[in-house]
Design a protein around this ligand. Structure first.
Ligand SMILES: [Zn+2]
Ligand SMILES: [Zn+2]
Length: 256
């Protein structure tokens, strides 16, 4: 009924307790999870997880916060994405919050990912933080809409969400939408079209209420759906149904 569109279950905190993680997914009706790549060095682990578990998918990419790691080329990303369980390119994007100084390398890396996504025809998973204008500008310059994708862990304004939707992108909400101080984000979640919305955990980070302060996991994505249902006047089931359908429409290679 629910799909976690963005998690990092290969990270040590979660990889060490996978049986419990899959048990909670089952208990909470979380049918699938997309495990997101952040470095080429870690990609083989993610691909192995996706190969071992029929309900886990993988993406390949290098996160904008990772400075000292192998810089990907378009050709490498395209080659690694050529796998039936690899359904997306990313996460990629811009982050001017975590890192400062000359970040031209981030913008170049982002362009590389968009070119790879257009080449292989798989959608993008985009991370943007304190960099919305440049993110949208580069998406337009590189014609990211041709590949499509999702703005993950969305925390920007309604105007930014609408601009991304206009480019053909989906908007994914994380546990942040449940946080007390996130009234503005709940407004965005109440306003955008349901058919462009995804849900995610970004586990192990950002555990939703009522699990704040604990290690997040895909089973908790249900709480994100509950909050969105609350602000939109929908049942949790309706939100789960719609966002799951959206997930399989966007990540066509994941269609069950
Ligand atoms: Zn991210
Ligand atoms: Zn992430």
């Amino acid at each position: 009924m629910f799909v976690d569109s963005h998690c990092h279950i290969n990270f040590p905190d979660l990889a060490s307790k996978l049986p419990e993680i899959f048990d909670l997914m089952t208990a909470n009706q979380v049918s699938h999870a997309l495990c997101i790549g952040v470095e080429l060095e870690k990609f083989p682990d993610i691909r192995a997880l996706a190969e071992a578990h029929s309900n886990v998918y993988a993406s390949v990419g290098v996160h904008p916060d990772h400075e000292d790691c192998t810089e990907p080329t378009v050709e490498e990303l395209v080659a690694l994405a050529d796998h039936p369980k690899v359904v997306a390119i990313g996460e990629t994007g811009l982050d001017y919050f975590r890192l400062t100084g000359d970040l031209e390398w981030q913008r170049e890396r982002f362009r590389t990912h968009i070119r790879a996504a257009r080449t292989c025809g798989k959608p993008l998973v985009i991370h943007t933080r304190s960099a919305a204008d440049d993110t949208l500008r580069i998406m337009r310059e590189e014609q990211a809409g041709e590949a499509g994708g999702v703005m993950h862990c969305f925390t920007e304004s309604l105007a930014v969400a609408e601009a991304a939707i206009e480019l053909g992108f989906y908007i994914s909400f994380s546990g942040i939408v449940t946080f007390k101080n996130a009234a503005a984000l709940r407004e965005v979640a109440a306003s955008i079209p349901l058919e462009r919305m995804l849900i995610e955990t970004d586990a192990p980070y950002l555990a939703p209420v009522p699990h704040r302060g604990h290690i997040n996991q895909p089973g908790f994505v249900k709480h994100v759906a509950e909050e969105i249902g609350r602000v939109r006047g929908l049942s949790v089931e309706a939100v789960g149904e719609a966002t799951s359908q959206n997930f399989f429409r966007l990540f066509a290679a994941a269609r069950p």
